[in-house]
Design a protein around this ligand. Structure first.
Ligand code: PMP
Ligand code: GLN
Length: 379
């Protein structure tokens, strides 16, 4: 087989979760909660199955779920979007991202990413025939250098992929970053794909969102995931909001990738959102407490904690502990300490030299976090 993705192997998430299971380590690598979702949602999903919601949903998503998403966006961002032709329900944010890239990136188009970047972006661009250009974000705050960004713009630039709150760094952009992005691309024929799956998991005043920037929103796909917002990563239900013309192109792809997303899960989420429309507003408080438990428990360790403004990921610098590179260090951690983490270098095309940083997921029971922190503090 002549591979279309010769430099791609198995994702680091699959590898580290498998290693953690094999060695019996505490798994703070792949990002997923170790606690159950709201029992009422599980009840609703069971009910939806038992009461016959088991055939294809409309290709664009169940109307009641699209209405609920429109409502969510209206309340959180004061933005009015059409549930009919600006919202599409997808099989996770992953599918939405893949569909959007496939829909707008032509052969040899250039796409700008910010490194470290979530692992799905580049392969999707490559499969579409596009070429990735990268702006490197630097520790400790990982905010973009807009001059470096502008230097990458050419007549071939078609798409910019942004992600805030940011995986893997836990950093968040400011409103002025979105404005700088807009100023840089306003006069060009460029679209934006804004990955906002951690939109409700931010620890500042309020999260920056493309939904709040009208001009950018008119050019953008904004993607989110119920997996993150309701502790249901295995349900793989996400959504994408985009202006009518972009949505029409995205749906051309979506209808042939999956056609639609699991109907009973859409039904359960719609009913839940209708009954508890404010629930996602509490997510930040919920995760802030977990973040603080982990940070406090690691306070006397030899790791240096980087700032965490959003997401459920905490970065740790281990330069004072080991000279190993981060992939080797993570393997060593599983074996010798019994904790699985993610090496941050895998999210870069060209990792900064001598950066020794790993990512821990704190979407875990307090007891899991304390147990892991105790082990890590012995180093
Ligand atoms: N983007 C980012 C930044 C993520 O962390 C994730 C989580 N896995 C996704 C996209 C994909 O989300 P989903 O599981 O809904 O496909
Ligand atoms: N988004 C999750 C993380 O960053 C992983 C999802 C996956 O395994 N594909 O850990």
């Amino acid at each position: 087989v002549v591979s279309k993705l010769p430099s791609v192997g198995t994702t680091i998430f699959t590898k580290m979760s498998a290693l953690a299971a094999e060695k019996g380590a505490i798994n703070l690598s792949q990002g997923f909660p170790d606690f159950p979702p709201d029992a009422r949602l599980l009840q609703r999903a069971s009910q939806a199955i038992l009461t016959g919601n088991n055939q294809y949903s409309p290709m664009t998503g169940l109307p009641i779920l699209r209405d609920a998403v429109a409502n969510l966006i209206e309340r959180h961002y004061d933005r009015t979007v059409s549930a009919l032709d600006e919202i599409t329900i997808t099989s996770g944010a992953s599918e939405a991202i893949f569909d959007a890239i496939t829909a707008v990136v032509h052969q040899d188009d250039e796409v700008i990413l910010f490194d470290p970047a979530y692992d799905l972006y580049e392969p999707a661009v490559t499969l579409a025939g596009g070429i990735c250009k990268r702006v490197t974000l630097m520790a400790p705050d990982f905010r973009p250098d807009w001059h470096a960004f502008e230097a990458l713009l050419t007549d071939k630039t078609r798409l910019v992929l942004i992600n805030t709150p940011h995986n893997p760094t836990g950093s968040c952009w400011l409103a002025e970053d979105l404005e700088s992005l807009w100023q840089a691309i306003a006069s060009r024929d460029i679209y934006v794909l804004s990955d906002e799956v951690y939109e409700f998991i931010h620890y500042g005043e309020s999260a920056v969102s493309v939904h709040k920037h009208a001009e950018l929103a008119a050019r953008s796909f904004v993607v989110s995931s119920f997996g993150k917002s309701f502790h249901l990563t295995g349900w793989k239900v996400g959504y994408v909001v985009a202006p009518v013309a972009l949505t029409a192109e995205l749906r051309k792809v979506h209808q042939f990738v999956t056609f639609c997303t699991a109907t009973p899960l859409q039904q359960a989420l719609a009913e839940h959102l209708l009954e508890l429309p404010e629930e996602s507003a509490h997510l930040a408080t919920f995760y802030r407490q977990k973040r603080d438990v982990l940070r406090k428990a690691l306070g006397n360790s030899r790791f240096t904690l980087l700032p965490c403004e959003g997401t459920y990921f905490q970065l740790l610098d281990y330069s004072d502990i080991s000279d190993l590179d981060d992939v080797a260090f993570c393997e060593w951690l599983v074996d010798h300490v019994g904790v699985a983490a993610i090496p941050v270098s895998v999210f870069y095309q060209q990792p900064p030299e001598n950066q020794r940083v790993i990512r821990l997921c704190f979407a875990k029971e307090e007891s899991t976090l304390l147990d892991a922190a105790q082990r890590l503090s012995q180093l």
